[in-house]
Design a protein around this ligand. Sequence first.
Ligand code: F0G
Length: 368
Amino acid sequence: AHQWRGVIREYADRLPVGPEDRIITLGEGGTPLVPAPALSELIDGDVRLKVEGMNPTGSFKDRGMTMAMTAAVADGARAVVCASTGNTSASAAAYAARAGLTCAVLVPRGNIAMGKLSQAIAHGAEIIQVDGNFDGCLDVARKLAEAYPVFLVNSVNPSRIEGQKTGAFEVVDALGDAPDYHVLPVGNAGNITAYWRGYQEYARPWSPEGGDDDVEPLGPRATRTPTMWGFQAAGSAPIVAGHPIDEPDTVATAIRIGNPASWEQAEAARDDSGGLIEAVPDEEILAAHRWLSARESVFVEPASAAGVAGLLRKHAAGEVPSGSRVVITVTGHGLKDPDWAVKNAAEAGAEPTELPQDVETVARHLGL
Ligand code: F0G
């Protein structure tokens, strides 16, 4: 049986990795594109979920981290650093441990989900909790990497975007062509940048930058590119507002970002694809989170539901043509931040029931 070898080996001819490079991989990518029957019925189209929680550390960050850590090793780095709302730090910690590198992560104190923090701790990262938000952490991480011998593995590092573009490759490989719409949450705006790059590269002949002129370019694998729909949380929607947000806020801590690093690239993805970047309020993110677990059987963290919240909102506004083929990236696993499911259950009166250890009592409770 075929064993998936991680995104660098699976897409070796489309990624800037040298033949001598030591590849740092945990087998990331190859994630399922799961049909979403309830969403498909609602929009009278075909909706599929790219379930990125199935990556080794439970988020899409692993696609970029295999590339960034491979580049760090090729560069002779001894230490790496990143700023993070949680998932990047979990991924960096795991891949750095595999590479034998020291890893420092800067996270906003009090605003990172416990699952993610526990991963960074378990994989042995040096964790620095900053009294500030993600944007401040990224500022410090960038300055550290400029002034000291430490390698930056945030998505401002181009190798991160290169790795993450493989998400688009996998969608096309699974569907046979690009969908009509690709929908995803937007935080620091690296992922929308990466997907758009991947879709574009797959839709035209492609040869590596600085490649040999005698080598035939690779043929296109898609006939078209999708319309990109990105969604920010309403309290953290700088791209929608058109200016940085000083104190971003949202229950979706992963995308609690006021000044995204890939702002311009995200706007280019939006405009060049004829798409949009809009805001979704927290209540709708949490409603989409419930929809995903209860109706599509896919458990995600709140930020990951922002794309679904966006699709529901566009549908309600009558702006999703029937027959549309839609792919939504759900970016991180529900176990990263499980509190919300429990809080939601309490609100819905769906809390667990305590009963004695007795068959008849249990049967009566279940109405059997
Ligand atoms: N969804 C999840 C679960 C995330 O962790 C992130 C970003 C996003 C969506 C947004 O993706 O930044 O590429 O636009 N998390 C980063 C982190 C910021 O530090 O883990 P983006």
